[in-house]
Design a binder for this molecule. Structure first.
Ligand SMILES: [Fe+2]
Length: 303
């Protein structure tokens, strides 16, 4: 997953569901132990190595089934056409949590992508750069069963219901590779931050207009029952790179501002136009707000 903490949160501790520290995903010791046990297997994992098999519990499978059932209708109603087409081929089983390797085998046949194991936060360079080689960092742990329709951090459900759908489709897979190639060419935290923001506001939280109505294509929206349900009430702005570069955004709770494109072709043109020649000078060349001007609050990426 993306290095969420290197981005500038509006208020990282507080969500509309209460303070994130009080969420059972953080406060339930047994749950945290299980989550950490699964996450620990990512330690020392080399990009491209197979993910270990996880023996999921019946509760974890039940959480998956609940979310699978709950997301179907909102996706039908609020996801854009291209996403619904991609979903038809995506490795999103109804009966329980799939193994990474099974998801990857299917994705590889469709687009050449495979999941590679993450234990949580992944530095931007590694997370974004790996996409150039068709590798997407994904976690294996499952959200807390008490709140199946909301997770304060990305989990395997987010990764499969969101990115798994994208990476089943050559159009979206090309956009991930485009992000990855740009990230491979730069090393500064500033340049990587700029790419991660554009990634965030498009492939995680992007919307497209269909007959004037917002429809979700971003992975974070597709995998969130609550975000899909409030799409018509979200503050939606026209696609604007300078705004994306400048805007603080919400890493917990609902994303207050979303950016729209008027078609998927326009999205591809815009991302290719911005990223194909991306380098360390792009921010200056394009006159985008500098890191210092935004009161950057991130921390150095950890491993
Ligand atoms: Fe994600």
């Amino acid at each position: 997953m993306i290095d969420w903490m290197s981005l500038t949160p509006l208020d990282p501790g507080s969500t509309r569901f209460g303070h994130s520290g009080e969420h059972p995903g953080f406060a339930d010791r047994d749950y945290v132990r299980r989550r950490d046990e699964i996450a620990a297997r990512a330690e020392g994992h080399a990009v491209g190595d197979p993910s270990p098999t996880v023996t999921y519990t019946e509760d974890e499978h039940a959480t998956w089934r609940t979310v699978h059932r709950a997301l179907r209708q909102p996706q039908d109603r609020f996801a854009c056409r291209e996403i619904l087409r991609a979903r038809a081929d995506a490795p999103v089983p109804a009966d329980g949590v799939p193994q990474h390797e099974d998801v990857s085998d299917r994705l590889e046949r469709l687009t050449g992508f495979r999941f590679t194991l993450a234990g949580g936060i992944v530095p931007n360079k590694r997370f974004l750069g790996s996409m150039a080689d068709g590798r997407f960092h994904a976690v294996q742990y499952v959200r807390h069963p008490a709140m199946p329709l909301y997770t304060p951090e990305p989990d395997v459900l987010h990764d499969v219901f969101g990115h798994g759908i994208h990476l089943s489709d050559p159009f979206f897979a090309d956009l991930y590779r485009t992000v990855g190639r740009a990230a491979s060419r730069v090393d500064s935290a500033d340049a990587l931050d700029l790419i991660s923001r554009v990634y965030w506001f498009t492939l995680e939280y992007g919307v497209a207009l269909e007959d004037g109505e917002p429809r979700a294509y971003g992975a974070a929206l597709l995998s969130s029952y609550g975000e899909l349900g409030r799409l018509s009430r979200a503050q939606i702005r026209e696609f604007d790179l300078a705004e994306m570069a400048r805007l603080p955004y919400q890493v917990n709770g609902y994303q207050p501002v979303l950016f729209s494109v008027d078609s998927m072709d326009r999205l591809a043109d815009t991302l290719h136009g911005f990223l194909d020649d991306f380098d360390e000078t792009t921010r200056d060349r394009r006159g985008l707000p500098a890191l210092a001007d935004r009161g950057f609050m991130g921390r150095p990426a950890d491993a």
